[in-house]
Design a protein around this ligand. Structure first.
Ligand code: UDP
Length: 334
């Protein structure tokens, strides 16, 4: 099988490493470029690692010239909503100036295709409990969403230089490789599913519900949880769409089903053998939207993408990864 190079910026992180796994299974060589500020060298298992920062345009250009990739997949970003409210400067620098640096390097090195990690946070505060289509109003309520929307627009403008793009708006990534080769490892962890799973496994004392007064059925926020390997597959389809001559476009990646924070906690409890753990109800976390569920018809139609995992598989693979020796030893050895 042909081994075509794909540059994966941020490939040592959670979604990036799962995408490298799938790229390699599909016959591509993922070249990871990562500054290892949030990702881990141990997660880079399917191709070379080039340690570089996306703000370093010269190094990026050299790497792009060296590997002559078919496409760049750009995951390298700061991603936590709460952190973005506290430190917007870092978010604008890494997520917007960083994306501009990537585009400049692509221009100089002659790379023509980019798949970009965007987010449902670009949609702001929907006033309905209907799945969101790509034409929903774009009005981010936190700096994270603002920076991703700005980067999407900047990338689209670079079509003037022949750079074609697919911007993928992820809803809530979760789960892990069922074989346990990679999984979710954030430090500190802020995401709901890994936190609840770790609490159920006795690795944490308690889980807090951030806000119980949202205008949703049980008062807690509703999200669309999509398995990380389903997301990974969408990136491969997006690369192949572009390399096959497809047009620039933006699409949602979600399952179309929403679950509240309470429903997630109850599902993890049940799937971990009804382990009892402490659940606290606390104030809202700043920057959170009440309801975010994807209308994924666009991804189905243009990419032929459909999620294959549901909530049970998402939680099962997260529980398996977080119970593994690999996960425990990883932290012990750091
Ligand atoms: N959440 C929570 N407790 C936690 C972490 C998250 O109640 O310890 C809530 C959070 O307020 C949001 C949902 O779980 O409504 C999903 O949050 P996460 O950080 O996983 O993803 P986000 O939707 O912010 O990208």
């Amino acid at each position: 099988m042909d081994k075509d190079n794909i540059i994966v910026l941020g490939g040592a992180g959670y979604i990036g490493s799962h995408t490298c796994l799938r790229l390699s299974e599909e016959g591509y060589t993922p070249i990871v470029v990562d500054n290892l500020s949030r990702g881990y060298a141990e997660a880079v298992q399917w191709g070379p690692l080039e340690k570089a920062d996306i703000l370093d345009t010269l190094s990026l250009t050299e790497i792009f010239k060296k590997y002559k990739p078919l496409a760049v997949i750009h995951f390298a970003a700061l991603i936590e909503v709460g952190e973005s409210v506290k430190d917007p400067t870092s978010f604008w620098k890494n997520n917007v100036v960083g994306a501009l640096s990537v585009l400049e390097a692509m221009k100089v090195a002659g790379v023509k295709n980019i798949v970009f990690s965007s987010t449902a946070a670009v949609y702001g505060q929907p006033d309905t409990e209907e799945p969101l289509g790509e034409d929903s109003s774009l009005d981010p309520i936190n700096p994270y969403g603002q920076t991703k929307l700005a980067a999407e627009r900047m990338i689209r403008d670079h079509e003037s230089f022949g750079i074609k793009s697919v911007c993928l708006r992820y809803f809530n990534a979760c789960g892990a490789d069922p074989e346990g080769r990679v999984g979710e490892m954030h430090n500190p962890e802020t995401h709901l599913i890994p936190l609840v799973v770790q609490t159920a496994l006795g690795l944490r004392q308690q889980i807090s519900i951030f806000g119980t007064d949202y205008p949703t059925a049980d008062g807690t926020c509703v999200r669309d949880y999509v398995h990380v390997l389903d997301l990974a597959d969408a990136h491969i389809k997006a690369v192949e769409h572009l390399t096959g001559g497809g047009e620039t476009f933006v699409c949602n990646l979600g399952t179309g089903s929403g679950y509240s924070v309470r429903e997630i906690i109850n599902a993890v409890k049940e799937m971990s053998g009804n382990r009892d753990f402490e659940v606290l109800e606390t104030d809202r976390r700043s920057g959170d939207q009440a309801f975010l569920v994807a209308d994924n018809k666009h991804a189905q139609k243009i990419l032929g993408w459909q999620p294959t995992s549901g909530l049970e598989e998402n939680i099962r693979t997260a529980l398996k990864f977080h119970s593994s020796d690999k996960y425990r030893n990883f932290w012990k050895n750091r």
